[in-house]
Design a protein around this ligand. Structure first.
Ligand code: IMP
Ligand code: MG
Length: 186
């Protein structure tokens, strides 16, 4: 576990409630997920790993290096959160590469599933593009969603009902670069 002084230097002096997942726990779990995904699709089938920015950028970059088969990477930018810690319920697609989905197994990579609004809006839109399959891989799942159109096939950790930051997750754009996942005091 990182020592307190180092953590405070990284957060700009803001104290965390606790470190929820440290670097070693995350790395071990991401390695397992990479192995599972590598084995899940028929050999030779094209794979498109689609990261939902910005939150998934660190998870995705670690994950794709643990997937031991050819794949393509693309990104979507969707925003359902304002600057606070509660969901606004709206989903805006701010960047959409319109990648070719036909015949590809698409894996949508999320940092965290909270209310499920983002996924429930995005999945039907992506299904319309005719992928061979569409699965969701999320690092964290709070299991509070009542409106999920589809459960993620791969979940890194069943997360506590706290506001989590680090390893890509932000609070008002801060803390994405923490190498571990911590919890902010309510
Ligand atoms: P949902 O649409 O409510 O499921 O929220 C999905 C998005 O909200 C995630 O991709 C995150 O960007 C953000 N989010 C939800 N919970 C947290 C959290 O605990 N910390 C940081 N961001 C979160
Ligand atoms: Mg966010």
């Amino acid at each position: 576990m990182p020592d307190t002084d180092l953590t405070l230097a990284r957060t700009g002096g803001r104290a965390l409630s606790r470190i929820v997942y440290d670097e070693e726990q995350i790395a071990a779990r991401v390695r397992e997920m990479g192995r599972e995904i590598s084995a899940a699709y028929p050999e030779g089938d094209p794979l498109l790993v689609l990261g939902l920015l910005k939150g998934s950028f660190i998870f995705l970059s670690d994950l794709v290096r643990e997937i031991t088969r050819p794949l393509h990477v693309d990104f979507l930018v969707a925003s359902s959160y304002g600057s606070g810690t509660t969901s606004s319920g709206r989903v805006q697609l701010l960047y959409d590469p319109n990648a070719e989905f036909a015949g590809k197994h698409v894996i949508l990579v999320e940092d965290i599933v909270d209310s499920g609004t983002t996924l429930s809006r995005l999945i039907p839109m992506l299904e319309e593009r005719g992928p061979a399959s569409l699965e969701v891989c999320t690092l964290l799942h709070k299991h509070v969603a009542s409106r999920l159109v589809r459960e993620p096939r791969w979940v890194g950790f069943d997360a506590p009902h706290e506001f989590l930051i680090g390893y890509g997750l932000d609070h008002s754009e801060d803390y994405r670069n923490l190498p571990f996942i911590g919890s902010l005091p309510a």
